[in-house]
Design a protein around this ligand. Structure first.
Ligand SMILES: Nc1ncnc2c1ncn2[C@@H]1O[C@H](COP(=O)(O)OP(=O)(O)OP(=O)(O)O)[C@@H](O)[C@H]1O
Length: 341
């Protein structure tokens, strides 16, 4: 478990103070995949550097498994660091060593016997699907393969925690998907807690259990990924979510809809179980009105459905109002203002 207790980190450059992290309180439970998202300069890297003791907090405490990191002697800090693996955006591989040599490196530092190192490296390369690349050098690998080596190296000393610093930001979408699936496998098979930072919401959506949104050094919102996605409280969170969710049709489709009379649009949000319930047809039939589906999308977040449907209704105004009122008791329904779109 990693706990941030009222943590602040201020850098002083000459007379100027930079508040990189401000009053952060977070708990990352064992076995969780926890994502921290924020725009550039939000304070994400500083937060990670506090966990692997590359920085110490100016105020507050960072605890790993109940131990305040600031209270540790240098030898104890090294021990804690060995329990934490790390992967990076630019992979940080040793270019003069082979794939096997890179994965073996932390084991040599830990003074593992040679025969055991060989066995462990083979096992790790099998796990990340790179057994056939053991003798290659990093420059002979694709970005995705390099990150697999990075993951194998980070896992070499069997850490409890894996820290991922923008680990997929340099990769194309397909390769990003492969690496995220591998990270999920790391988490499931070994029970390793994963703490990742990213500026990409789809990374959070794909693999994280919990998310914290950072802005100007502060955590402005945190919680389960499904709840945060479906009920974001903060404007910045909404911006991140919009980047992975198309919740309106394209301008040309909206123009077509306007030309056809452009009736009031309603957005219906289905969450979890209700998504498969034929609620819409049931209610409109009962109130004797027709429903037109103008646009829709369904997403899967943490194995739950999240549906977003844009509809208009044909029929008597009073009956429509009654139907909307009844729907409002079952699902989230709101009028959509598309005057600006
Ligand atoms: N060693 C340092 N000395 C001075 N200022 C720093 C230092 N490290 C970070 N900062 C400042 O702290 C703030 C937060 O930086 P940080 O790198 O943690 O943000 P970030 O969210 O990781 O951004 P990015 O995604 O661009 O890496 C920034 O204003 C940055 O300039």
């Amino acid at each position: 478990m990693i706990t941030f207790k009222d943590v602040s980190k201020t850098f002083t450059i000459g007379k100027r103070e930079v508040h990189a992290v401000r009053n952060v309180n977070l708990t990352i439970e064992e076995g969780e995949i926890f994502g921290i998202i924020g725009f550039s300069g939000a304070g994400k890297s500083t937060l990670l550097r506090l966990v692997n003791v590359l920085e110490n907090p100016t105020a507050g405490a960072v605890e790993v498994q109940g131990v305040d990191l600031a209270s540790l002697r240098p030898t104890e800090v090294r021990k804690v660091r060995r329990r934490i693996g790390m992967i990076f955006q630019n992979f940080n591989l040793l270019t003069s060593r082979t794939v096997a040599g890179n994965v073996a490196y932390p084991l040599k530092l830990a003074k593992m016997p040679r025969a055991k190192i060989k066995e462990r490296v083979e096992e790790l390369l099998r796990f990340v699907g790179l057994s056939d690349k053991a003798k290659d050098y990093p420059e002979q690998l694709s970005g995705g393969q390099k990150q697999r080596v990075g993951i194998a190296r980070a896992l070499a000393t069997s850490p409890d925690i894996l820290i991922c610093d923008e680990a997929t930001s340099a990769l194309d979408p397909d390769t990003t998907g492969e690496i995220l699936r591998l990270l999920k496998k790391v988490n499931k098979e070994f029970g390793i807690t994963i703490l990742l930072i990213t500026h990409e919401m789809h990374v959070i959506q794909s693999i994280c259990d919990k998310v914290a949104v950072m802005e100007d050094g502060e955590v402005i919102e945190s919680g389960g990924v499904f709840d945060t996605f479906t009920s974001p409280a903060h404007q910045t969170t909404k911006r991140f979510i919009r980047s992975v969710q198309q919740d309106l049709p394209s301008p040309s489709l909206l123009d077509e809809w306007r030309q056809k009379g452009g009736k009031q649009l309603y957005r219906i949000i289905f969450k979890g179980e209700v998504a498969s319930d034929p609620v819409l047809s049931r209610v409109t039939r009962k109130h004797d009105i027709d429903v037109n589906i103008v646009y829709g999308s369904v997403q899967e977040i943490q194995a739950k459905f999240y549906g977003n449907l844009l509809v208009s209704f044909d029929g008597d105004v009073g009956k429509t109002a009654n139907a909307v009122e009844e729907l409002n008791e079952i699902v989230q329904i709101e009028e959509v203002d598309v005057t600006w779109a």
